[in-house]
Design a protein around this ligand. Structure first.
Ligand code: FAD
Length: 318
């Protein structure tokens, strides 16, 4: 099995990878294949597949009341990882999250992945729209990515939940974790965020992928901070070409990141989203060139289900 960390360390060129989202429940997997077909020519070294927890929605009933039901809007992470591996021979990196998945469900997912020969993961907590109260169910659910990491580390040693013996782990999982050049939204300060990041590395994360950012100076100073703190693993920049006017407020709101004023001003002046896409591609190209010139080990693209802009940038960079 090829480990992502070996790919990053052994690649003579900057690594090209991207993230896809499973289709919305009920939609065809061909939407995912379309993105891969579009980006395959740039020889991605690996493809990440996001994971999504259940959310409560309120379904109207005939009597005018509502019933609360738990729905996973984008199911299928493990199956899509397997499909990508089989259909394209690409290395899939399924995301595995704690929010909305019990420790037991996680164990089943790890067993499935092990049986499928998928051994690279990105280990995360998951976003905060979880269904259910963590405090009430702490025995069932992990709170932090580091708790999930501990479960995976034990699984790698053949130790399952309740000390069940897990046999047949010829290839242990290797994994990356997330980091935030502009600080995680809940961290009281950068020092605290860096402290927990160091713990993740100490406990076995091979590499890090950043939250998206649009100002490279944030990445470079973050990497400098990490290095000063003794974090030596590769830090892959996560990059997204802006493509819609709505991103100007939507991306900062969702991802708690800044959009630098020179980019924001251009997007504001754009006549329509077609023009925004041109601006986004050009900004992204410049960002990628500067990141690679500045020593970034590669670029990890957030496609967010749209591949065209990423393909245009990749054509120039890879
Ligand atoms: P954590 O590491 O748990 O950190 C969350 C906060 O808690 C931080 O403030 C941190 O400083 C602090 N902290 C960390 N460990 C501890 C500890 N042991 N004790 C106390 N505090 C601690 N979300 C999804 O739902 N699905 C996805 O597929 C997905 N993919 C992502 C991919 C990337 C590359 C990135 C950057 C994010 C992704 N996210 C995804 C979003 C992510 O799950 C959220 O940003 C989430 O809020 C935090 O995840 P984390 O793994 O960094 O959490």
């Amino acid at each position: 099995m090829t480990r992502i960390i070996d790919i990053i360390n052994e690649s003579r060129q900057p690594v090209f990878s991207f993230e896809i989202l499973p289709p919305l429940k009920g939609n065809s997997i061909y939407k995912v294949y379309d993105i891969i077909e579009r980006l395959r020519e740039f020889e991605p070294q690996f493809v990440n597949i996001t994971s999504h927890h259940s959310e409560y929605i309120y379904k109207p009933l005939p009597d005018g009341t509502h019933r609360r039901v738990s729905v996973v809007k984008r199911p299928g992470t493990v199956a899509i990882a397997a499909a990508i591996q089989n259909k394209y021979g690409l290395i899939p990196v399924p995301h595995i999250i704690c929010r909305g998945f019990s420790k037991e469900e996680t164990e089943y997912a790890l067993l499935d992945l092990n049986f499928l020969g998928i051994n690279n993961l990105l280990v995360l907590r998951g976003d905060n729209k979880s269904s259910g109260s963590l405090a009430e169910s702490a025995h069932l659910y992990h709170e932090h990515a580091s708790d999930l990491q501990e479960q995976i580390n034990l699984f790698n040693q053949g130790i399952g939940l309740d000390d069940t013996k897990i046999e047949g782990i010829d290839t242990p999982f290797s994994y990356g974790m997330a980091c935030y050049p502009e600080k995680h939204e809940e961290a009281p300060n950068m020092d605290s965020d860096t402290y927990y990041l160091k713990e993740k590395i100490k406990n076995g994360a091979d590499y890090l992928i950043t939250q998206m950012f649009f100002d490279n100076s944030r990445y470079f100073s973050f990497v400098e901070r990490c290095r000063a703190e003794g974090i030596t693993v590769p830090i892959l920049p996560g990059i997204k070409p802006i493509s819609r006017k709505a991103h100007l407020s939507g991306l900062p709101r969702t991802f708690r990141i800044d959009i630098p004023e020179p980019l924001a001003a251009q997007v504001r002046r754009a006549a329509d989203d077609r023009e925004v896409r041109e601006i986004g591609v050009e900004w992204c190209r410049q960002q990628c060139r500067e990141l690679i010139a500045g020593g970034a080990p590669g670029i990890h693209f957030y496609t967010m289900s749209v591949a065209d802009s990423v393909a245009r940038v990749a054509r120039d960079i890879f």
